[in-house]
Design a protein around this ligand. Structure first.
Ligand SMILES: *[C@@H]1O[C@H](CO)[C@@H](O)[C@H](O)[C@H]1NC(C)=O
Length: 269
């Protein structure tokens, strides 16, 4: 056994479940504090067989966020379901999907995630590492029907966002090298080629095309594994997985909309 002080230091344990045959599924709920100070519950699910993780939570304004990491295809999807303001003539909800490359150190493997258990489910989790904000120019639209080639999860996650699935040209280049069918991508109008395209915030007319922004923060992601050394009196020192490191990571997406009306949240920020 490892010393008591050592085991106390980790609120999280990666419990190795010997009885867990494939597929190994897990469902974990953790309490986190959002950027505005409100508490929300993050729901993490892992499927080690299909090799993906989903993370879901509701923001204070009711927006429902889903993050999916598909390790088989090295692709991640962000889906946001924004509630419309009916009194302002908006539809009931607006859905957006952002699809981009999954980096190698963003989130722990699905197999480790599936084995994660927490000791105290009522504790409010605070990320140990702040990873800042990435700004992503989502300048390409993905065809929903054909997008299944990129990751089969598009069909579940982005079903409500068929007309609003975005990615980046630099991701497309990488995918084309991997033999992905290029006909699913359509490069969108950009400010560099159309000078009249402005950020929606600065655009006075509701019917004009503009560049919309959406900010999203993942407050708590298990981003890497922690290793501990076995410090017993025997000669050999072995290391074992003894927990996880958590990270906070935010994203700002910029994307083309045909009308400012499709980007009304940008006004308030
Ligand atoms: C997407 O692809 C499907 C299947 O090839 C096609 O029928 C459809 O017109 C495409 N949609 C758009 C918006 O280009």
């Amino acid at each position: 056994m490892f010393p008591l002080d050592n085991s106390r230091r980790f609120l999280w344990l990666l419990v190795l479940l010997f009885g867990c045959f494939l597929p190994c599924l897990a469902d974990l709920k953790v309490l986190v504090r959002l950027e505005d100070g409100q508490l929300t519950e993050e729901n993490l699910q892992a499927d080690s067989d299909k090799d993906f993780i989903t993370l879901e939570f509701r923001k204070t304004d009711g927006t429902f966020v889903t993050y999916l990491a598909d390790f088989k295809q090295d692709v991640k999807i962000f889906h946001v379901l924004i509630l419309g303001e009916l009194e302002r003539g908006q539809s009931q909800f607006q859905a957006l999907c952002f699809v981009t490359r999954l980096q190698s150190n963003e989130i722990i493997p699905s197999e480790s995630m599936a084995k994660l258990r927490q000791k105290n489910p009522h504790a409010v989790r605070q990320a140990e590492e702040m990873r800042g904000t990435d700004t992503l120019q989502m300048d390409v639209a993905i065809n929903f029907t054909k997008g299944v080639q990129l990751t089969p999860h598009i069909h579940n996650i982005c079903a409500e966002a068929k007309e609003a699935i975005y990615t980046r040209q630099e991701d497309v280049r990488l995918w084309l090298e991997r033999g992905i069918d290029g006909s699913m991508f359509e490069v969108l109008p950009q400010p560099s080629s159309i000078p009249s395209l402005h950020p929606c915030k600065l655009c006075p007319q509701d019917w004009k095309p503009c560049i919309c922004s959406y900010h999203l923060s993942l407050e708590w992601i298990p981003c890497s594994l922690k290793y501990c050394k076995n410090r017993d009196s025997s000669v050999k020192t072995t290391s074992y997985r003894c927990g996880i490191r958590s990270c906070q990571k935010a994203f700002t997406f910029h994307f083309y909309v045909a009308q400012k009306q499709l980007c009304l949240w940008d006004e308030e920020t």
